[in-house]
Design a binder for this molecule. Structure first.
Ligand code: NZQ
Ligand code: ZN
Length: 387
């Protein structure tokens, strides 16, 4: 167990019929807000109506900034920053999934500086202050609703970079599982894959040999994510399953699982971000392709942790450590297939000939994230296993 500081300032309001809190919670930060949302799913269900009614009832003026796309882009963030500055908004309200919340975080930070917001993502500037942020989460996946991370794609340079700062943690996030009833099966599955990836990045990259508390916490969350995802695919309005999946996804990347692990890395995400940057692949869909490949590459020289996951999560009985590790990786890959998430570049219609360009694209993020040992050759070897 390594030393750690855990600071979870985000107020979580969880459960049925909680969206009506967004107005009273946001008005504590000011009377004029920027309302950020996506391409319209919240207008097809009744989330938009619930949110705008609550904001109006609390006496808030909302300037709207719709149109955040999945794998959110820098140009749209820049427009949002201009809008926030022009209207001198006092807070930002994000209603959507990780793409919307991440865009809102970038707007909150960018509205407080005079330099380009992309400098935060290139590691050239640090976030020193931000506008207050309140969220209504509509998709269980990224965990952005309770963490300090944000991921944006620079469509000019075709780079998808993530950065983080404690200050970026939302002040309030409202998690109403009924808001996720309309999430299509594809994004329900991709969200579950993403949450599992968040667990396994920590689980496999920690160098601390004594992490029994975190291991069992992460193993338990992974089991619950797989079980609740199966149930929500069978019945999209299964409240209990949607609630379990939503809370597991938040817990998977709010800092709790990583506490005490010491240094960890996100190599699978580093590679996946290039798939999304170059081919606009949904984040979770890219991860279900990259994860088994990275795991089998890494298990070759250090099978122990992979065998532990195989035995504890997939009940693999194999005595030999390496064969047990491979059994677990295959079981995870079968689960991806079962929930309809892709498991190969071919499934994503990405040609093998693209591997060198994808590997080259990932090098900038490998450098910014200080991921040692991931040169073009290594990333190409891992991508070769994704064919
Ligand atoms: O455009 P809208 O209307 O929002 O539709 C979205 C989008 O088309 C739709 N959707 C969301 N809630 C819905 C719904 N459709 C019907 N009913 C609902 N209730 O689903 C699609 C995907 O939404 P998106 O926000 O893109 O998905 P997700 O939540 O998986 O976010 C993905 C983004 O999060 C980033 C990823 O890189 C990606 O850009 N991540 C952020 C992290 C963080 N901040 O810590 C960490 C993660 O590793 C991840 O990188
Ligand atoms: Zn992720």
């Amino acid at each position: 167990m390594q030393n750690f500081v855990l600071h979870l300032p985000t107020k979580i309001i969880f459960g049925r019929d909680t969206i009506r809190n967004i107005g009273p919670e946001t008005v504590l930060f000011g009377k004029k807000i920027l309302l950020v949302y996506g391409s319209g799913s919240i207008k097809q269900n009744d989330i938009y109506d619930q949110v705008t009614a609550s904001l109006a009832e609390a006496g808030l003026t909302a300037i709207e900034h719709p149109g955040v796309k999945s794998n959110p882009v820098l140009s749209h963030v820049r427009e949002g920053i201009e809008l926030a500055k022009a209207h001198q908004v006092e807070a930002v309200v994000a209603v959507g999934g990780g793409s919307v919340i991440d865009s809102a975080k970038a707007i909150c930070a960018g509205a407080k500086v005079n330099h380009d917001v992309w400098l935060f993502f290139k590691g050239k500037k640090g976030v020193k202050s931000k506008l207050p942020l309140t969220c209504v989460l509509t998709l269980a996946a990224a965990g952005s609703e309770m963490n300090g991370g944000m991921v944006i794609t620079n469509e000019e340079t075709r780079q998808k970079f993530g950065t983080g700062n404690q200050l970026l943690k939302p002040e309030v996030s409202i998690l109403d599982p009924t808001a996720t009833f309309t999430v299509p099966p594809s994004y329900t599955a991709y969200g579950a894959v993403d949450a599992i990836a968040h667990l396994l990045e920590f689980y496999f990259t920690t160098t601390d040999a004594a992490t029994p508390v975190q291991d069992r916490f992460m193993e338990g969350l992974a089991i619950n994510i797989m079980e609740s995802c199966r149930k929500t695919l069978a019945r999209p309005d299964d409240y209990q399953a949607r609630a379990d999946l939503m809370w597991c996804a938040t817990l998977a990347l709010n800092g709790l699982t990583a506490a005490g692990l010491g240094m960890v890395g996100f190599p699978m995400h580093m590679i996946e971000h290039s798939l999304s940057a170059l081919y606009d692949v949904p984040h979770g869909a890219g991860l279900s392709v990259v994860m088994p490949a990275w795991m089998s590459w890494r298990a070759a020289d250090s099978p122990a942790k992979f065998a532990q996951l195989a035995r504890r999560v997939f009940a693999i009985k194999e005595k030999d450590q390496y064969r047990a590790a491979l059994g677990g990786i295959e079981s995870l890959k079968n689960w991806f297939r079962e929930v309809g998430s892709p498991v190969s570049l071919r499934d994503l219609d990405i040609p093998e000939s693209a591997i060198p360009a994808i590997a080259a694209n990932s090098m900038d993020l490998a450098a910014i994230w200080r991921l040692k040992g991931y040169d073009i050759q290594v990333v190409s070897t891992i991508l070769d296993k994704c064919r």
